[in-house]
Design a protein around this ligand. Structure first.
Ligand code: ATP
Length: 403
């Protein structure tokens, strides 16, 4: 349903994206992973039509997002990294307003708001001022907003960031629930979150896709099928045991004893097989013939974290090799340059991206609502709008603040 092909994007001299490609199929829950500044939010912003790419293309249901921006945006619900909400509005009032902005026909708005509040379990907060809600509930309202246009593709930028552990769990459960009815892409730094929620993963590093696969296949590619074996020592020497363990299917044996076990009594080894096959059955038979007291025989599973670390490190090493010949900027020079440059120049540079986002501030006054769930908000048009996310951009320049 979504095809992202070779996206490139620069902000001034900074090459934020240098070739991002991946595919999302109907029903996928895709985790977009990457270190800070890797380009996740930029990718999401391009996919959702917030900002244009310099080159490359995005197809949603075969529709090119540049040529069919309206239809594409109607298919997508987007929760930006910093949930853009009007904190002085009430929950239901805000959602009615957003339904209007997104072109939900007037007669459907009330039911749509009720529907998304039920889905996000915010119904009992309908009359609460958004500014008084906890962060977890604000996030739910942000998700309710993303759902109001009944999008088939939901894009969530770091949906659990800044939440307490209980709220994190609740929002994860909510995402899993929502994913049963639609395709979801979420970005996060939390690898465990991706393992818990997603079936597919795209790893981005320095603006490039370094992996895009099903989580299970990706992990399996890097799995050595290593086995951890622990037995009672019974007076045998490490070398004797190592020799006995070096059967024909085993490539390497190393001592991996735990410091908390008594080394005179218990010993552990890590064995890697010659072929990527489970060697536990042979090791079990060996233990029987040797009359060893086997305490543990466990297949070591590579984690997504191991794969992520390995791939991003490999990519960083490669990038460092190619950069080796380029001059490095010293911190002193950078500070002097920054002092010399005028603030106006910085403002000018940021202006092109900002303009479209600042324009998005909606005219709140044209929505009449009594703030109740059953309010008949006066939207002047019943015609479907462009479904675009016009209001957001409270997140507009948190990026720069962060930097
Ligand atoms: P994080 O995990 O920290 O949110 P990210 O993977 O989402 O990072 P992006 O926010 O896409 O990364 O940023 C990629 C690079 O582009 C960073 O170096 C960032 O500083 C830069 N960048 C992002 N937005 C802008 C902007 N509007 N103007 C200038 N530079 C930007």
């Amino acid at each position: 349903m979504l095809l992202v092909e070779d996206l490139h994007k620069s902000y001034g001299d900074l090459k934020a994206l240098q070739g991002i490609s991946f595919e999302v199929k109907e029903g996928d829950i895709l985790g977009l992973l990457g270190p800070n500044g890797a380009g996740k939010s930029t990718t999401m912003r391009i996919v959702t039509g917030y900002i244009p790419a310099d080159s490359g293309r995005v197809l949603v249901d075969g529709l090119d997002s540049m040529n069919n921006s309206l239809q594409v945006r109607q298919r997508i619900g987007y929760l930006p990294e910093h949930t853009p909400l009007y904190t002085d509005m009430r929950v239901a009032e805000f959602l009615m307003f957003r339904a209007h902005i997104k072109g939900v026909p007037r007669r459907e708005r009330k039911n749509r708001v009720i529907e998304v509040m039920e889905k996000t379990q915010t119904t009992d907060r309908a009359q609460q001022i958004i500014g008084n809600l906890s962060k977890g509930f604000r996030q739910r309202v942000g998700i309710a907003d993303a759902l109001i246009g009944r999008p088939r593709l939901l894009i969530l930028d770091e949906p659990t960031i800044g939440l307490d552990p209980l709220q994190v769990r609740q929002v994860r459960d909510l995402i899993k629930d929502l994913a049963s009815e639609r395709t979801v892409i979420l970005s996060t730094h939390i690898l465990a979150e991706v393992e818990m929620i997603c079936n597919k993963v795209v790893i981005i590093h320095q603006g490039t896709t370094v992996a895009a696969d099903k989580i299970a296949s990706l992990i399996d590619n890097y799995d050595e099928y290593a086995v951890e074996l622990t037995l009672e020592r019974n007076g045998a020497s490490v070398d004797e045991l190592k020799t006995a363990l070096s059967i024909d299917t085993v490539k390497a044996v190393s001592d991996s004893s735990n410091s908390w076990e008594n080394p005179d009594k218990v010993i552990s080894f890590r064995l890697t097989p010659k072929e990527r096959k489970d060697i536990r059955p042979q090791l079990y038979d060996l233990a029987k013939t040797q009359s060893w007291k086997l305490l543990e025989l466990r297949r070591e599973r590579v984690s997504l974290e191991d794969v992520f670390t390995l791939l991003t490190q490999q990519h960083a090493d490669k990038a460092a090799d190619t950069k080796e010949t380029e001059p490095t900027v010293k911190a002193d020079d950078a500070v002097s340059e920054a002092q010399a440059s005028k603030p106006e120049a910085a403002k000018e540079e940021a202006a092109p991206e900002k303009a479209s986002e600042a324009d998005a501030e909606p005219a709140k006054a044209d929505v009449e609502t009594d703030g109740k769930t059953d309010a008949t908000a006066s939207a002047d048009s019943d015609s479907p709008g462009d479904g675009s996310e016009q209001a957001p951009e409270a997140d507009k320049d948190s990026k720069k603040a962060k930097e």
